[in-house]
Design a protein around this ligand. Structure first.
Ligand code: 13P
Ligand code: SF4
Length: 317
């Protein structure tokens, strides 16, 4: 069983300071499921990337503090150009976003002039601005199905998510060749061994994983859909194939279940931890609120161009 780590005694003062600053700044704290437990526990909203974008779009707070990665906070800024968006660490990137630079994406898209462009939210504002509509792993199938059957589509930047969406929808998607450096290193062989060692366990996997992993899964879906699956499955043991930060909420919601994080291919490293998400710490969270920096900024003309495809996604519900 995975035990949730309570905030250490040394963190209590930091938590008290963050709570005071949240009131003083009229701030809302948004945290992704891959954040460390102490950050998840003090956030106003914890969720997947779709839920957090929806909360950012709806917030009345004056300041948004985003404990996640850069593209998530940047999305919050695009949706709230007049609000201050603070992040614990401005260098918390994402291999999917980094692997799809807007200039290369524009050149590639020129080869598909008749295609509509569906882009995963894990990308920069400049890449969003080249897109017709944004999706997340929660709504990618619905977004693709919102186009008429004969409409040619490109899907970027995650080729594994794109392949899975193509399979789910029966659509022939042209895929950008990107991947998540965390989800692509789960080992199919080690997952097979884990299933043999736990024959009663069910497997839940994120669609950023390669096909050889998803083929072994009882459930494939976004972080929030994996949590929903964990709540409803009668199985007592669940093998979880995504970033293990999600185990904190999952164990809180399912205290009687045994959660088994899937290993990466290399036994000697913690490659299933997202190195970008894990840059955020309680101390950096307190510091960004105390100093009101680092702040995420997006040039107004770029923000306006990135907003339209985001709004099309949010309008789908
Ligand atoms: P979710 O939308 O499922 O939260 O995924 C975000 C992400 O970055 C997964 O690696
Ligand atoms: Fe990006 Fe992968 Fe980290 Fe998610 S887990 S933020 S997709 S690098």
């Amino acid at each position: 069983m995975i035990a949730s780590t309570p905030a250490a005694a040394a963190d209590v003062a930091l938590v008290a300071e963050i709570e005071r600053l949240r009131r003083d700044l009229n701030a809302v704290i948004l945290a992704h499921f891959y954040q460390e437990p102490a950050i998840q526990d003090l956030a106003d909203h914890v969720g997947d990337s779709l839920f957090l974008a929806q909360r950012a779009a709806a917030t009345a707070a004056e300041v948004i503090v985003f404990a996640g990665v850069h593209f998530m906070a940047e999305t919050a800024k695009i949706l709230n150009p007049d609000k201050q968006v603070l992040v614990p660490d401005l260098t918390a990137g994402c291999s999917l976003a980094d692997g799809c630079p807007a200039d290369q994406f524009a050149t590639w898209l020129a080869g598909y002039p008749d295609h509509k462009v569906v882009t995963y939210i894990n990308c920069s504002a400049a890449t969003k601005a080249l897109s017709d509509i944004i999706c997340t792993s929660s709504n990618a199938v619905r977004v693709v199905e919102s186009f008429p059957a004969g409409q040619p589509l490109v899907f970027a930047p995650d080729r594994f998510l794109g392949r899975w969406v193509a399979e789910q929808t029966g659509r022939d998607l042209v895929l950008w060749h990107g991947s998540c450096e965390v989800h692509e290193v789960f080992s199919a062989i080690r997952l097979e061994e884990l299933r043999e060692a736990h024959p009663e366990a069910v497997v839940a996997a994120h669609p950023e994983c390669p096909e050889v992993i998803l083929d072994q899964a009882d459930h494939v879906g976004s972080t929030s859909s994996i949590l929903a699956f964990a709540r409803r499955t009668p199985a007592r043991e669940i093998i979880v194939v995504t970033e293990p930060g999600i185990l904190h909420q999952m164990q809180k919601e399912n205290p009687g279940k045994v959660l088994i994080p899937a290993p990466g291919a290399d036994e000697t490293c913690s490659c299933n931890l997202c190195p970008y998400m894990r840059k955020n710490t309680l101390a950096k969270l307190a510091a960004c609120m105390r100093e009101r920096r680092p702040e995420v900024l997006v040039a107004p003309d770029l923000a306006a161009r990135a907003l339209a495809p985001l709004q099309r996604m949010l309008a789908l519900g």
